[in-house]
Design a protein around this ligand. Structure first.
Ligand code: ADP
Ligand code: MG
Length: 473
């Protein structure tokens, strides 16, 4: 039997052929595009020179038709088929978790009859009783309007827009993942804001997974809140949970999250999640959650390319009423390559520098600013800053670098991280490394915490100012 005669659906050879095709496609598109558009496809049929490719949803169907049809066709040809036409069909039988594990098939069985069970038993009326406002956690500063779309985030952007149009239908859950500071929070918040703008009464909840954990622990500790807690999240129309990698290793919380997920899914409520890595790569996350997180649409955000970085800089400057010239944008975009949060940080430094001196942000000025930084004394390095910070707080260098979690050590450690950031502009992974921390997210949280406290806590502000003064003395 030749390939061209084959008609069997899901035939072993079709599947082997399609794997070969996918292998080649993977080599010709970016990893993010491959994962997003091709991961859950299969060759359903090849007959009368028409190849029918099964895809999980209409979003992917449209994209494949519009952007990848020629590629698919040519690679099918290379593999011995001669299709005149390639059709894309939504094929609900497709397992969303790439099919190797049997998780998806078992969803029905394992959850049947116990959907709403959890360690926290919930009354259906609990939602109304909770009396808690649903419009929570959203920050209006994050919108689609001020989000610059470019290579690296366009797929995520498109999927978010699609979710706003029809929450709870196609891409549920929507799972965005990618490195630090590349716009995950911005996008998922923008979804929440846009849904609320269209439906002001929608119950939209945004929570960091840490907040979810904290509330869960509190609910267990103070029993009376437990019903409210569970009911609150399960009563949402749109549940947005940021940084779900922090659920890793927390078994009870994962169980609660699992039940929340099931309840919302059964009710066709939209869920949106973000994490710093793909669900399968999140350590100590239960398989059943991994499989659920990948049931809808999983999209990888990638670091922005040079053009996108320039566009972001100009857009952020414009938001402050400043027309950032292209050479300046290019200069800064070259200095920060990975992370938009860092890009914003450097832009703000530059603009503050210019404002203080009442000069225009021109290339020569800005180059000079960075030149000066480079002329700092040699001893002005990470080690030096950490030592000075420890000394300032009368703790030992072993303690600041060590595992202790006492408050009088944790706060100086966080301040040291903040200093490495603000004075040396080190990357978060580098900061974590300098402080003997394994996870760069610790550095992010520490820096963010101190930044926040600087505006709230006079004592911390004073300490940081003293420290800086001495460093530069
Ligand atoms: P993540 O959640 O991925 O760590 P954030 O969403 O917090 O990153 O983004 C970091 C900062 O960069 C935020 O201030 C956000 O507004 C900004 N940002 C990220 N991506 C874009 C973009 N494409 N256009 C405009 N601003 C962006
Ligand atoms: Mg974030």
């Amino acid at each position: 039997m030749t390939m061209a005669q084959k008609t069997a659906v899901g035939d072993m050879q079709d599947s082997a052929l399609w794997q070969a095709v996918l292998g080649e496609i993977e080599l010709s598109v970016s990893r993010g595009s491959f994962v997003t558009w091709f991961k859950n496809t299969q060759l359903i049929r090849y007959k009368d020179r028409v190849a029918v490719i099964g895809v999980p949803n209409v979003f992917i169907k449209n994209q494949l038709e519009a952007k990848y049809n020629d590629l698919v066709k040519s690679i099918l040809e290379k593999n011995g088929l001669r299709p005149e036409k390639v059709e894309y069909k939504i094929h609900t039988g497709i397992s969303v978790s790439s099919g190797s594990e049997d998780e998806v098939d078992s969803i029905g069985d394992e959850s049947e009859g116990q959907e709403n069970q959890s360690i926290l038993s919930v009354k259906s009326s609990a939602v109304e009783e909770s009396g808690r406002s649903y419009r929570q956690g959203l920050n209006e500063r994050y919108s689609f309007d001020n989000f610059v779309v470019g290579a690296g985030n366009e797929l995520a952007y498109a999927a978010c827009q699609a979710v706003v149009k029809q929450p709870g239908s196609k891409y549920n859950p929507l799972f965005l993942y990618g490195g630090v500071g590349i716009g995950k929070t911005h996008l998922i918040q923008a979804v929440g804001n846009a849904i609320l703008a269209a439906k002001p009464n929608a119950k939209v909840v945004y929570a960091s997974s840490e907040q979810f954990v904290r509330e869960f622990v509190d609910a267990l500790r103070f029993k009376k809140n437990t019903i409210q807690f569970a009911g609150f999240y399960r009563g949402a129309d749109v549940l947005i949970v940021d940084d779900v990698q922090f659920l890793g290793g927390k078994e009870k919380v994962q169980e609660e999250f699992f039940h929340t997920f099931n309840t919302l899914q059964q009710a066709n409520k939209q869920m949106i999640m973000s994490a710093d890595k793909a669900p399968r790569d999140i350590p100590s996350l239960e398989e059943r959650l991994k499989s659920r997180f990948t049931m809808g649409m999983t999209i990888d955000l990638q670091t922005p390319d040079f053009e996108t970085r320039c566009a972001i800089l100009q857009s952020k400057a414009a938001a402050q009423g400043i027309d950032l010239q292209m050479p300046v944008a290019e200069f800064l975009a070259n200095r920060v390559q990975s992370n938009i949060r860092e890009l914003e940080g450097i832009l703000n430094q530059v603009l503050a520098f210019c404002e203080m001196r009442s000069v225009e942000p021109e290339l020569a000025t800005i180059q000079a600013m960075f030149e000066n930084n480079r002329n700092r004394p040699k001893h002005f390095n990470a080690r030096h800053i950490i030592e000075r910070t420890a000394k300032h707080f009368h703790i030992s260098i072993e303690d600041i670098l060590g595992p202790k979690r006492d408050k009088d050590i944790v706060v100086p450690r966080q301040i040291a991280m903040y200093m490495l950031r603000s004075e040396l502009h080190l990357s978060f992974p580098k900061i974590a490394h300098e402080l003997g921390r394994k996870d760069h997210t610790t550095a992010i949280h520490s820096v963010e915490k101190i930044e926040k406290e600087l505006s709230l806590d006079g004592i911390i502000r004073q300490a940081v100012n003293d420290l800086k003064e001495r460093l530069y003395a």
